[in-house]
Design a protein around this ligand. Structure first.
Ligand SMILES: *[C@@H]1O[C@H](CO)[C@@H](O)[C@H](O)[C@H]1NC(C)=O
Ligand SMILES: *[C@@H]1O[C@H](CO)[C@@H](O)[C@H](O)[C@H]1NC(C)=O
Ligand SMILES: *[C@@H]1O[C@H](CO)[C@@H](O)[C@H](O)[C@H]1NC(C)=O
Ligand SMILES: *[C@@H]1O[C@H](CO)[C@@H](O)[C@H](O)[C@H]1NC(C)=O
Length: 328
């Protein structure tokens, strides 16, 4: 694997400008730290090429880290049926196990404290999106992972916890169509029934979707089984994860009888950002995921936390080198 030059070494190199350090070697390393020729995920069945990569390992993040990249949901939704779903920042926590989103029993005001985060970045377009997550055995909440631009432009995966062993991961695009009898039309809605031995409630699984201009393909643990081709969203949006309940017996059920918490360990996306393009100046070929996680991609938002610290130092060092006329 390609290693970045330690930022401290680079900064030292920058400050001593014409030092004995081999500048061609430095420039090579500098170039390799930028994936400007796309990213390919080897687990993608289409082997599609995307412009950008975004990854967060919540187990390594502080609350401040989360708040830098995400809006912590803080608003109420009240529908004609059921209680108010009330997103509360205090119901979101992050620690060494990951991101924890808690749905609490209804409070005295008839609200169900819920939790969620959404990226500040709103430019997540067609792409391959995944979370690694463990839901909860508690009944009566919706655990959701979705790409959202508006109620008319959304890709959605949801697990409605039942608490009784019946599990299905609901997949849909919005606008969603309904049949005359009120049931979800299968052209915009499908369900993944977990394979035998796969437990959404009590073990960690990956939920994914691969979204392009003509289809969204949904998968559990890298088995892509559901394909929707109608009303495929065309507009980039934010990426969101939430856990909520409004007690509606026809959907979320609940609210849960006790605090029920879903855990998200990682989120990653290989995607086309608004305005993203394949420059192929620094590199001639696409990066793999492992490499992209340590690098910057053109949009500049996409490197992992550990990579970001290194790359912002790299950027500073590069500016210093350019200033010294040594790197273009
Ligand atoms: C439920 O979770 C909320 C939010 O994290 C917390 O304030 C409350 O103390 C919890 N209640 C119980 C019974 O653990
Ligand atoms: C489990 O709960 C769901 C939703 O509450 C219900 O549709 C299903 O029939 C239940 N299954 C069993 C085995 O009780
Ligand atoms: C979009 O995804 C579908 C389903 O995987 C695939 O058949 C199709 O070739 C893809 N189209 C493009 C333009 O990549
Ligand atoms: C993603 O963007 C790249 C570069 O513009 C393009 O070649 C590719 O076809 C796009 N992928 C999809 C699925 O639209």
């Amino acid at each position: 694997m390609v290693r970045l030059l330690a930022p401290a070494a680079l900064l030292a190199a920058a400050s001593t400008a014409a030092s004995a350090l081999s500048l061609p070697a430095l420039a090579r390393r500098q170039r390799i730290a930028v994936c400007d020729c796309g990213v390919i995920d080897t687990t993608d069945p289409n082997q599609a090429m995307w412009t950008d990569y975004f990854e967060r390992d919540f187990r390594t993040m502080s609350r401040a880290d989360v708040e830098r990249d995400f809006v912590v949901m803080s608003y109420d939704i009240k529908r004609p049926v059921g209680l108010a779903r009330s997103y509360e920042p205090d119901n979101m926590r992050v620690d060494s196990e990951g991101l924890k989103l808690t749905v609490s029993p209804a409070n005295d005001q008839g609200e169900v404290p819920s939790a969620g985060i959404l990226t500040k970045h709103k430019e997540f377009g067609f792409g391959h999106y995944t979370i690694e997550t463990q839901s909860t055995p508690d009944a009566g909440l919706v655990h959701a992972f979705y790409n959202y631009e508006s109620d008319e432009n959304e890709v959605d995966m949801e697990y409605v916890t039942t608490g009784n062993g019946t599990q299905r991961l609901r997949t849909s695009v919005k606008p969603q169509l309904y049949m005359a009898n009120g049931q979800a039309d299968p052209s915009t809605y499908s369900e993944i029934t977990p394979a035998s031995g796969v437990d959404l409630a009590s073990s960690s699984n990956t939920w994914s979707y691969i979204w392009n201009s003509s289809a969204v393909v949904f998968g559990l643990n890298d088995e892509y089984t559901e394909v929707l081709t109608r009303n495929v969203p065309q507009t980039p949006g934010t990426l969101a994860i939430s856990a909520w309940s409004d007690g509606n017996p026809r959907f979320s059920g609940g609210p849960p009888a006790q605090n029920a918490t879903v855990l998200v360990t990682r989120l990653w996306a290989v995607y086309n950002a608004t305005g993203g393009s394949l420059e192929c100046k620094a590199r001639k070929a696409a990066c793999g995921i492992a490499e992209a996680a340590q690098a910057t991609t053109p949009h500049g938002y996409n490197n992992a936390v550990s990579g970001r610290a290194a790359s912002s130092a790299l950027a500073v060092a590069a500016v210093a080198l350019v200033g010294a006329g040594l790197l273009l």
